[in-house]
Unconditional design. Structure first.
Length: 202
């Protein structure tokens, strides 16, 4: 709209007998646009506030939720809570702290499940990522992407150092060398960390 207004100024003068009426038409068109935009914005804000109130109530109810001890049923129940939370909608920017509270409860529930560390971490990450997408929170997504890429670089340097250490140990002393055993174990663990981070970037 700002560009349209700038373009209007650049077009130049019109005959005096048309200038008042054409300016009036243009001004009315601009006002109609801005009125509609403000109306939509106000409706959106009201919708977000309602979503916040609904999430606040949902959070209170979720605090009393307990796992049954049946792995499959508990996992499905947690996934259902995540979907129900998402369905409540986007909250106002200055009230997004409620998302962190939900994530803390999720973290506690995931810790109690007998999932592998890798699966637990990815499920927690997916839930967090979905919230950012739903809230159109590009800043948090970019910050997380930057953080993960930085960690990948650090871990790859660590892998390179470990591989050097492993190669340095002579083949004859590998079997009983405790340093070799520690290095190879750490090498496998570090590679798994890299795989998880690469999945997160994707």
């Amino acid at each position: 709209m700002k560009k349209i207004q700038d373009d209007w100024k650049k077009i130049g003068h019109v005959p005096r007998k048309y200038s008042d009426s054409i300016w009036k038409d243009f001004k009315e068109a601009c006002n109609a646009y801005f009125d509609r935009m403000h109306k939509e914005k106000n409706a959106e804000n009201e919708e977000e506030i309602n979503a916040f109130e609904a999430k606040k109530e949902y959070l209170e109810n979720l605090k009393s939720f307990e796992l049954t001890g049946t792995h499959k049923a508990d996992l499905e129940a947690i996934k259902a809570h995540i979907e129900a939370w998402k369905a409540l909608g986007k909250v106002p920017f200055n009230r997004r702290h409620i998302e962190s509270k939900f994530n803390k409860i999720l973290d506690a529930l995931f810790e109690k499940l007998s999932l592998s560390k890798k699966d637990t971490e990815m499920m927690k990450f997916d839930a967090k990522l979905d919230q950012w997408v739903d809230n159109e929170d590009e800043r948090s997504i970019e910050k997380e992407q930057f953080f993960i890429r930085k960690k990948i670089d650090e871990v790859q340097n660590e892998i390179f150092q470990l591989e050097n250490n492993i190669q340095f140990i002579s083949s004859s002393s590998k079997g009983g060398n405790p340093f070799y055993k520690r290095s190879t174990k750490k090498h496998r663990k570090t590679q798994r960390r890299t795989q998880i981070m690469e999945r997160k970037i994707k």
